[in-house]
Design a protein around this ligand. Structure first.
Ligand SMILES: O=C(O)CCC(=O)C(=O)O
Ligand SMILES: [Fe+2]
Length: 217
């Protein structure tokens, strides 16, 4: 597959690009695992289907989301929060696969954040035209743990802003298999995703899936 040409050969370290003191892009780190990750995502989504959450302001999100782990991210007219229960099913969220937790811990470690053990993974699905407005990830209880973000499928333009909404954003392309880690002084940076461009990915088709691993509780 085309994209695999850009993944590091087995046993070789992924190219790590430090973008800021607490922000590292691990190019293609997850590409060799993409098929297994996708099979896990399909299993999780069979139990906790992707849905379009409604923001506290009453806006239906274009991005479709689900979660796995002890806690899942939910939004409704009461606000944004983490919940042990999937409001769609009334059941706990699907378990986070051990291999996902290990991969996220490994990525965090390579970025300089040792000992990261996520308890939540938010799974976002974008189709062409979908975007995610500039925001901070601040619903988690403890900001000492980083955010580990893994991208699959179509490439997206990610906006990396500053600690204030008004700060100028850097733009970077997140490609299939890339893992972006931000933490420490960068943990509360504003960030967002520009409208996804059209296209078709050999493995995922006309979509992009992003996993964000968090320590939420
Ligand atoms: O899709 C992405 O790359 C970012 C997702 C994100 O920022 C979030 O889920 O909070
Ligand atoms: Fe975010």
């Amino acid at each position: 597959m085309m994209d695999d040409l850009f993944a590091p050969p087995p046993g070789e370290e992924p190219h790590a690009e430090r973008l800021a003191a607490g922000t590292v892009l691990l190019h293609g780190m997850a590409a060799p695992l993409a098929a297994a990750l996708l099979a896990d995502i399909q299993r999780i989504a069979a139990q906790a289907p992707f849905r379009h959450m409604v923001t506290p302001g009453g806006y239906r999100m274009g991005v479709a989301t689900t979660s796995c782990g002890t806690l899942g991210w939910v939004s409704d007219h009461h606000g944004y929060r983490y919940s042990r229960i999937d409001p769609g099913s009334g059941q706990p969220w699907p378990a986070m696969p051990d291999s996902w937790r290990a991969l996220a811990g490994d990525a965090a470690n390579r970025a300089g954040f040792a000992g990261f053990v996520p308890d939540a993974c938010l799974i976002n699905r974008y189709v062409p035209g979908c975007k995610l407005s500039l925001h901070q990830d601040k619903d988690e209880r403890d900001f000492s743990a980083p955010i580990v973000s893994l991208s699959l499928g179509l490439p997206a333009v990610f906006e990396l802003g500053g600690l204030r909404r008004s700060a100028r954003c850097a733009r970077l392309t997140l490609r299939h298999g890339d893992i972006l880690v931000w933490g420490g002084p960068d943990r509360l940076r504003y960030h967002g995703v520009l409208p996804l461009a059209g296209g078709s990915h050999p493995l995922l088709g006309e979509c992009r899936i992003n996993l964000t691993f968090r320590l939420a509780g």
